[in-house]
Write a new protein. Sequence first.
Length: 67
Amino acid sequence: MDPAVNSVVSESLVLQQAQAAQHAQMQVFREALDMQQQQVTALMESASAEPQLASEGHIGTLINTIA
């Protein structure tokens, strides 16, 4: 075979492997960003929710105070 053809085929295989590795890294990065988004969303929702009055017992059923 021609050495130029071997070189082109070799370069093509190297590029395919590099592209596959990069694709896997991007997938892991996206999953990490999605998890962070879910955590931040849950944190923001919990911070903005007002505590509710107690539904039973003698304490906290009439007045809701936050120190």
